[in-house]
Design a protein around this ligand. Structure first.
Ligand code: TNX
Length: 502
């Protein structure tokens, strides 16, 4: 069978029937609708084509009709009909927004001007959870850069933005009750680069912008390890850095200085820091931070980290994460945590785990992840050798790390989140693709690692597994057709050789 690569869409919709021609558009094409997505469509078409469609309210007749009808599609789903006119019907506002994203991928310029490829599409997501993560600690990215990240990832139908806000290298969110965190521990970053932090108003601006793009922000405070910066601000909250062998070896290999208690850490070794587990003041700190974050976070989750706490003895780690997960619930949010937290027997019931082991689990990773499910929680899959956006594409690629794998676009695409762990499919909420920022000194560096691989993760998260075109040969051709759109939006994607870019 020759697969019909005709519809240049990523992620692949649940159902597509392609038409024959194009619906022409011009300044006199009228968009009808009251949703915020109408303005989004008009602005995006203008950026891409220079044509500004006109807008009319719901009672008029027009060429592009946009409306919400809960009976028409599942949550976040939509139908899109492009013939002599366009109709986009969202199952909800998010669905309408996703219908617009699909339409934008179908814009084409021909001899007779711009038009929209004709098609009949009915679509809805496979997973409710489609996440990306941005590490703003190893390198800091300001509000405008985060907004650009939201623009480009929400266009691929991602609906969660996890912000890794604290780590050894810097504390990036202002906390009123512990003001020295940002005053003393935010100005530097990895490699001695400039740091920064978000005021609460900055953070609110990010949350609001994300919400307009149907993305939920998940703030992460990484505890009890990855906490060297806390000690720069409040030395009595932390233990002295632990000089573990792998840290010493890694620092020597990279020529990076080892961490010194109380001084900013500019390297990227891990596992050397810990908050004090047996001091009540530590839990007052955790509660204050969680409470203040909960106040400015409308989404249901707060991530408490829990990864690579090599400087914390296991019994202490268990005690800490049991208390920290309970504190998050007490402050009205659902705790999320990296899979190591599942080593602790009594984590708060309903805590959601984030698996970052490999597609073939090693050591205790699978058992730790499964424990979240045993405790009534669920899992988000971030398999490091497939979904990590900070791994190199090839051994020669100048940016990124290699510890999990070298991940070309094909290996980013060919993994299946329900086949990694021995848990029921219903326990898998979906996936998240993290971008760790040790090596990304500029936002352009970030985009080169994220694009095009985020598009592979978007398809895994969104598209039905059984669709005939949900396979590599079709994907690589459809992915290649994203180039004009990304260029128009100034997304600095890496033109990987595997892909026939158009
Ligand atoms: C592991 S994955 C980490 C991060 C690093 C990342 C680099 C995880 C939960 N922790 O601290 O930035 O590797 O790839």
């Amino acid at each position: 069978m020759v697969l019909p690569h005709s519809m240049p869409l990523v992620p692949l919709p649940a159902s597509v029937v392609s038409g024959e021609g194009r619906m022409p558009i011009s300044d006199s094409t009228r968009v009808i609708g009251d949703s915020p997505s109408t303005a989004h469509l008009i602005d995006a078409v203008a950026r891409r084509t220079g044509i500004r469609l006109s807008h009319a309210t719901a009672t008029a007749t027009g060429d592009v009709v946009m409306r919400v009808d809960p009976a028409s599609a599942a949550p976040e789903g939509y139908t899109l009909s492009i013939a002599d006119a366009v109709e986009i019907v969202g199952g909800d506002e998010a669905g309408l927004f996703y219908g617009v994203q699909t339409l934008l991928q179908l814009l084409r310029e021909g001899d007779d001007g711009w038009g929209i490829l004709q098609a009949e599409i009915a679509d809805a997501p496979r997973f409710e959870r489609r996440g990306v993560m941005l590490d703003v600690t190893r390198h800091f990215f300001g509000v405008d850069e985060v907004k650009k990240f939201i623009d480009s990832t929400s266009a691929l139908k991602f609906n969660h933005l996890h912000l890794h806000l604290t780590d050894d290298q810097g504390w990036r969110i202002h906390i009123d009750s512990w003001p020295k965190l940002t005053e003393l521990a935010s100005s530097t970053a990895s490699l001695g680069d400039r740091g920064g932090f978000y005021t609460k108003d900055d953070y609110r601006e990010i949350v609001a912008y994300a919400s307009q793009h149907h993305m939920i922000v998940i703030p992460e405070i990484d505890l009890p390890g990855h906490t060297h910066a806390i000690g720069v601000a409040y030395p009595d909250l932390v233990e002295a850095p632990v000089m573990n062998d792998s840290l010493i070896a890694e620092s020597a290999r990279l020529g990076q200085p080892l961490p010194v208690a109380g001084e900013p850490y500019l390297g990227w070794g891990v596992g050397h820091s810990s908050v004090r587990i047996h001091e009540e003041r530590t839990y007052e700190f955790v509660r204050d931070v969680v409470r203040e974050l909960a106040e400015i976070t409308p989404g249901p989750y707060i991530h408490i980290g829990g990864d690579e706490s090599l400087g914390t003895p296991q019994a202490d780690f268990d005690l800490f994460v049991e208390r920290a997960t309970a504190i998050v619930f007490e402050e009205g949010k659902i705790p999320l945590a990296w899979h190591e937290v599942g080593a602790a027997k009594d984590i708060a019931e309903g805590t959601v785990g984030q698996y970052w082991g490999k597609t073939t689990p090693e050591g205790t990773h699978a058992a730790e992840a499964a424990h979240f499910v045993e405790r009534g929680g669920a899992l988000i899959m971030s398999a490091a050798d497939a979904a990590y956006l900070d791994m190199k594409y090839t051994a020669e690629f100048p940016l990124g790390l290699t510890w999990a794998a070298i991940i070309d676009v094909r290996s980013a695409y060919e993994w299946e989140p329900t086949q990694v762990l021995d848990v029921p499919d219903s326990a898998i909420l979906g996936i998240e693709a993290p971008l760790w920022s040790e090596t990304t000194r500029t936002f352009s560096d970030v985009e080169q690692l994220v694009f095009p691989r985020a598009a592979a993760q978007a398809e895994i998260a969104w598209s039905p597994r059984s669709a005939p075109e949900r396979e590599w040969e079709s994907f690589r051709v459809r992915l290649g057709s994203m180039a004009p759109l990304w260029k128009a939006e100034h997304v600095d994607f890496h033109p990987a050789e595997e892909i026939p870019w158009s």
